[in-house]
Design a protein around this ligand. Structure first.
Ligand SMILES: Cc1cc2nc3c(=O)[nH]c(=O)nc-3n(C[C@H](O)[C@H](O)[C@H](O)COP(=O)(O)OP(=O)(O)OC[C@H]3O[C@@H](n4cnc5c(N)ncnc54)[C@H](O)[C@@H]3O)c2cc1C
Length: 259
């Protein structure tokens, strides 16, 4: 069983993100970058599937030069190998272009299963994994809070507001996991040392058979027209209880049609 896991390098979410005033793109250069915390759940889920089935994990990323660091982290956690798609012509890729690139990398890795996080912590469109599945013609199983692979089939508990749905599909398939599906392991010292010698393949557009016109700024179908700051929260109304507070709150909630 070969499991591919998507990992994305993002600006450290504990810092204040900055947008380029000209392009409105997130500034990714000259800032602290980390493995998207959501993707750590994906790596753990992929490792658990591979360990149970006696297989291995390949970590895949598309990103700038430094994105190789998140692949080393995935390998320190236990992934056996990694693919880094890096090409200057990918700069400006929108979510669909990102999906085209990742789908091409998946075709090359030929896994039985792809695991990704439901949405990234920086772009959070939540569209990339499903678009990859569509491009590959594979089933897409989303919002997994529990994941099991049994022979030729994958089964998930798909989180819903009421509980969960049981969703099943044949392999190969793409699964997105929610935060909290597991407790991601910390890389051990042995894992960190071992990761340095594990194979990390760096690929550009030609190696993946991608047309430069379909990806990067050249292929982007999305344009960020305008960015506005979120409105400041207004101060609420303070009600001093003179004996009528409960009734006034109830009237207010009724006015909002909450009760
Ligand atoms: C016009 C435009 C230009 C942009 N230019 C750039 C740019 O130059 N550089 C840039 O990094 N972003 C750029 N972006 C943002 C980029 O489109 C998204 O960050 C990216 O496509 C993924 O979207 P998302 O983060 O919303 O993915 P989501 O669908 O929210 O991600 C879900 C999961 O998919 C996987 N995933 C997503 N992206 C990657 C990835 N790159 N590698 C591995 N796994 C991944 C992860 O597991 C992630 O948790 C641009 C966006 C627009 C609209």
């Amino acid at each position: 069983m070969k499991v591919a896991v998507f990992v994305k390098q993002i600006p450290d979410p504990s810092g204040a993100g900055r947008l380029d005033p000209g392009t409105h793109y997130l500034v990714r250069e000259g800032v602290e970058v980390v493995l998207d915390p959501g993707d750590a759940y994906g790596v753990e889920a992929a490792l658990q599937v591979a360990e149970a089935a006696g297989g291995e994990v390949v970590a895949i990323t598309m990103g700038g030069e430094r994105a190789g660091e998140v692949l080393r982290k995935a390998m320190a956690m236990g992934a056996a190998s990694a693919i880094h798609v890096f090409d200057e012509r990918l700069r400006g890729s929108d979510a669909l272009a990102t999906a085209k690139v990742l789908a091409a990398a998946v075709r090359r890795a030929a896994p039985d299963l792809v695991v990704a996080c439901t949405e990234s912590t920086d772009g959070y469109t939540g569209t990339v994994p499903a678009a990859v599945a569509e491009l590959l013609g594979w089933p897409s199983l989303t919002f997994a809070k529990h994941l099991e692979v049994d022979g030729e089939r994958v089964q998930i508990q798909r989180q819903t507001p009421a509980g969960h749905d049981l969703v099943e599909a044949g392999l190969p398939a793409v699964v997105t996991v929610t935060g909290g599906i597991n407790e991601p392991r910390y890389p051990s010292l042995k894992g960190i040392m071992g990761a340095k010698s594990r194979p990390l393949e760096q690929l550009g557009l030609e190696e993946l058979g991608l047309d430069p016109k379909d990806v990067g700024a050249a292929g982007a179908r999305q344009v960020i027209v305008e960015v506005s700051p979120a409105p400041q929260r207004q101060g609420g109304e303070v009600i001093d209880d003179d004996g009528t507070a409960a009734a006034r709150i109830a009237d207010y909630l009724a006015e909002l049609k909450i009760i």
